[in-house]
Design a protein around this ligand. Structure first.
Ligand code: ATP
Ligand code: MG
Length: 454
């Protein structure tokens, strides 16, 4: 992999008398005080010229996006996208059938989705171009469409979901006229490909403030279009353990999965879907309370069909279904058998299940965390013990056996060791229990050598 440096890249564009502007998310994130390495540039050079220029610098180049105007270049070890200005005014004709290029940075910025994403910085002079008040909107933490919202969302309805995704990722409010534009065009979401929709939902769920994104989905009517399977949660009242209806409880559960979780993605999806079975199975119990008998089983089935439709991936779907199906499990932490059985049913995902159970509990009227602490401790203990069981080492080595029986090495050693390790695996011999192992070994030797006197 060969990089060029930012300085060399800028110099090459300057020599070539081409413009180069830093654009998009990098400037937004820098203004927010968390600069990343997502450096995208816009230029008036056509893609073929950008490619030639980058190749002359000896840098690695990626051309998969070329017909959409984007060339990838390795700069200071990071993939950097350099995209020809977008616009309606100038079309380069038949050579570039899928996209029309613009002549100026102003035109390019006017075609971007939100003001906070429509800043540009001149790579030669460092001058910031802020045509739509993006900096002020970043300061006020507002997502505002560039131009007339309804028209911009009609042009590309994905922008509606991008807005909700950014609200979740950045914790920003959607400006009222922009929000109204979303509501007016919400039906157009059904024209988008499932892959694009799922990708935005996936990112929305992983934001720092997913509750904000989820409420936007519901309030604008997007939920009924992109996640109709969840629509009946809204207003589905629960029993007195709950402060919330099923939808509000779901949102609180998603929010309660910390952004720091290692398995954030699947945990947030599981939280979103853990009670998906509730509306379908709700019934009145003799006590007059609402019951949701076996909603976790129905829920896992509903989730399977829904995740299939969303094309989330088979492995991911199975993992999520498992967590849904098991989220009501309540093993007794004081009972080893109960804990072991629970862990076996979790198929290696007990940590995720405990995390989901804790989040689920966060919006109940009672505090169940002492229980979860005990369960977690019991699982950790069982895991440590099981590790020794699974290693299934014979407590006695070959040398131990030779010394014990004062015999020449031979196949008898392997037979005894195998037997001892099988007993460790079955739990009939504690790992490292030499005294017990010696008794067993003696018994085995007697059986193996029926002719010997002892
Ligand atoms: P991140 O990469 O962190 O998700 P980003 O702002 O860089 O955020 P990208 O999807 O990488 O988002 O897009 C880069 C820039 O391209 C955006 O900042 C925005 O200006 C513009 N953009 C992307 N998609 C659209 C779209 N559908 N309509 C208009 N402009 C868009
Ligand atoms: Mg980006």
């Amino acid at each position: 992999m060969v990089s060029t440096s930012r300085r060399e890249l800028v110099e090459a564009f300057r020599r070539g008398e081409r413009q180069l502007w830093l654009v998009g998310g990098a400037l937004r994130d820098r203004e927010l005080g968390h600069p990343g390495y997502d450096h995208d540039y816009a230029t008036d050079a056509l893609p073929g010229d950008v490619e030639a220029l980058a190749r002359r610098l000896g840098a690695d180049v990626v051309t998969v996006g070329k017909k959409f105007g984007t060339i990838g270049v390795l700069v200071d070890g990071h993939w950097t996208e350099i995209t020809t200005f977008r616009g309606d005014s100038y079309s380069a004709g038949t050579r570039w059938p899928d996209v029309s290029f613009g002549a100026t940075i102003e035109e390019d910025l006017a075609r971007r989705d939100f003001t906070v994403n429509a800043l540009a910085e001149d790579a030669f002079t460092g001058r910031l171009l802020d045509l739509f008040g993006g900096r002020e909107d970043i300061r006020r933490r507002l997502l505002r469409a560039v131009g007339e919202p309804t028209q911009r969302f009609r042009e590309d309805p994905l922008r509606i979901l991008r807005g909700m995704r950014f609200a979740s990722q950045l914790g920003f409010e959607v400006e009222p006229a922009t929000r109204e534009g979303m509501e007016q065009t919400i039906g157009l979401l059904s024209t988008l490909s499932q892959e694009r929709v799922t990708s935005e939902l996936d990112r929305l769920l992983q934001g720092v403030d997913p509750a904000r994104g989820l409420e936007l989905l519901r309030e604008t009517g997007a939920l009924a279009v992109v996640l109709p399977e969840l629509a009946s949660m809204d207003g589905c009242e629960q029993n007195s353990f709950h402060r919330f209806d099923v939808w509000q409880h779901t949102v609180a559960t998603v929010q309660a999965i910390s952004s720091e979780e290692t398995n954030l993605r699947l945990l947030r999806w599981s939280a979103l879907l853990h009670d998906i079975g509730k509306p379908a199975v709700r019934h009145r119990k003799a006590s007059g309370e609402w019951g949701f008998y076996r909603h976790e089983i129905t829920g896992a089935l509903l989730a399977e069909a829904m995740l299939d439709r969303l094309k989330l991936g088979r492995r991911e779907s199975l993992h999520i279904q498992l967590l849904i199906r098991r989220h009501m499990d309540r093993p007794n932490p004081g009972e080893q058998r109960s804990v072991r059985r629970f862990m076996a049913k979790c198929e290696g995902h007990w940590r995720d299940l405990v995390a989901l159970k804790r989040a689920d509990n966060a919006s109940h009227t009672y505090d169940d965390n002492p229980y979860h602490d005990r369960l977690e401790a019991a699982c950790l203990r069982a895991e440590a013990e099981d590790a020794a069981l699974l290693r299934a080492e014979s407590p006695l080595s070959g040398d131990d056996l030779i010394e014990m029986f004062d015999r020449e090495p031979g196949p008898w050693i392997r037979r005894i060791k195998q037997r001892l390790s099988a007993m460790v695996l079955d739990g009939d011999l504690a790992p490292g229990d030499r005294a017990h192992a010696e008794r067993i070994a003696r018994g085995l030797m007697e059986k193996q050598r029926p002719g010997t006197r002892h």
